[in-house]
Design a binder for this molecule. Structure first.
Ligand SMILES: Cc1cc2nc3c(=O)[nH]c(=O)nc-3n(C[C@H](O)[C@H](O)[C@H](O)COP(=O)(O)OP(=O)(O)OC[C@H]3O[C@@H](n4cnc5c(N)ncnc54)[C@H](O)[C@@H]3O)c2cc1C
Length: 410
């Protein structure tokens, strides 16, 4: 029997959409070309994902409790991972995508979704339905499958979007090395992650060191216009990490693109786009896993209501709901990236700003719980004052490298 919904890509977004559709009793097939290699990714996920999608915590390699931000001049700000109401369950989860994605895919299959190990090669969406061509990854044979609706969950290069005739989105590149370290070296990253700022490691995003169970994942992001320099930026990051990587052995090098703009339209007649295919990575943090899962869930819920009349007009309810709920957060994080990563002096200001306890709490409220609660006016005044002082300090004076540790925070 033809499935009602065909999902292209069975990574975090596609698998979550499949799980939600199966919860509504809808026949679903996923087509995925890559089942063995991990999606290149830092694997940092907010606890909200575990709560909202009822995920087991054994998927977590490490719970990060401090994020250390290191400015171009070497200033350090250690930010405790805690929201306005601190709990024992405040953390940034570090996962390995090969394990995390595999779990979600299996869950989708257990709930009755079918998985075809194949690559989408053609797509025809007409008034009467969807017709897709795919090439089996096991024997190269070509097949056709029909469905009522297609969901493009196929990432930043999104062949689905291309076959729907949509333009490519502007993309950043992110490259990462996973480095196995002796236990004594891993101790530094027991429950900490590092964020590095500076033109020589990332002109417009950031570089990171994220701890996994037995290795560290270090990587850089580079926006459009800087992608040619990606390898050089990674070498510079390794130089900055210096002795922290002593005794390390590279176990994996990986790279992939990140969309830098959301699509203006995410739903069409008989077709929807989610996650990276819809450009739903947020600015400043480059976070996309939670958003891919959330958009997969919402798209599937809306589709469940309109499956018998899947017109663009009906399916675009997904888009409207999405921007109503998250529009402010996306806007805020876009402005923050433009403001905080614009040049090296701003990166210094950004690092200092993160020392303000109100900024810290608001940052982790929004990251961990995905809520943006407006701060009381007195808090806003305090934050503005601190930011203005940091602006003046970093622009009026000569830049002097200073090293400020956690002990000197407010
Ligand atoms: C180096 C790097 C580090 C990152 N770090 C983080 C992080 O720490 N935290 C975070 O939240 N986000 C991070 N991101 C972003 C995050 O990885 C993505 O936003 C997220 O994976 C998007 O999920 P998705 O399901 O939309 O797409 P993807 O995870 O990209 O999955 C798309 C799937 O579609 C499949 N596919 C593609 N074409 C076809 C085809 N023709 N036929 C069949 N299948 C196809 C692919 O094989 C893939 O499995 C990072 C990204 C990069 C590149």
């Amino acid at each position: 029997m033809a499935p009602r919904v065909l999902i292209i890509g069975a990574s975090v977004g596609g698998a979550t959409a499949a799980i939600t559709l199966r919860g509504l009793g809808i026949e679903t097939v996923m087509i995925e070309k890559e089942l063995s290699r991990a999606k290149p990714c830092g694997g940092a996920i907010p606890p909200a994902a575990f709560r909202e999608f009822d995920l087991p915590t054994h998927l977590i390699d490490r719970k990060v409790k401090h994020c250390v931000i290191i400015s171009p001049s070497g200033q350090e700000t250690s930010v405790p991972v805690a929201g306005s109401v601190p709990t024992d369950d405040d953390y940034v989860a570090m996962v390995r995508r090969e394990i995390f994605d595999g779990y979600l895919r299996e869950r989708a299959q257990e709930r009755g979704a079918d998985l075809i190990h194949a690559q989408l090669t053609n797509l025809d969406v007409s008034a009467s339905g969807v017709r897709a061509r795919y090439r089996s990854m096991s024997d190269g044979s070509e097949h056709t499958i029909n469905a009522d609706v297609v969901i493009g969950a196929d990432g930043s290069y999104s062949p689905t979007s291309k076959l729907l005739g949509l333009p490519a989105l502007p993309r950043a590149i992110a490259i990462q090395e996973r480095i196995a370290l002796p236990a004594s070296q891993m101790a530094r990253w027991e429950d900490r992650a590092d964020i590095y700022l500076g033109q020589e490691v990332s002109p417009d995003l950031y570089a990171w060191a994220f701890p996994k169970q037995d290795h560290i994942a270090i990587g850089i992001g580079a926006g459009p216009g800087h992608t040619q320099r990606a390898k050089e930026l990674l070498i510079n990051l390794k130089r900055r990490l210096g002795p922290a990587l002593n005794g390390g052995r590279v176990i994996l090098r990986e790279a992939h693109a990140l969309p830098m703009e959301p699509r203006k339209q995410m739903a069409f007649d008989r077709a929807m786009l989610i996650g990276d295919a819809a450009g739903l990575v947020v600015h400043t943090s480059g976070e996309g896993i939670y958003w891919a899962m959330k958009s997969g869930e919402l798209a599937a819920q809306v589709l469940g209501q309109h499956l018998d009349v899947p017109t663009a007009q009906n399916l675009r309810a997904y888009e409207r709901k999405w921007w109503k709920q998250y529009g402010t957060m996306y806007q805020f994080l876009r402005i923050l990236q433009w403001w905080g990563y614009g040049n090296e002096r701003q990166m210094e200001v950004f690092t200092e700003m993160c020392r303000n306890p109100d900024v810290q709490r608001l940052t982790f409220d929004s990251y961990m719980h995905k809520t943006m609660v407006p701060a009381p006016w007195a808090v806003q005044m305090r934050m503005t004052w601190d930011i203005m002082r940091a602006q003046v300090r970093n622009y009026a004076r000569r830049r002097t490298p200073l090293r400020i540790t956690e002990a000197l925070r407010h």
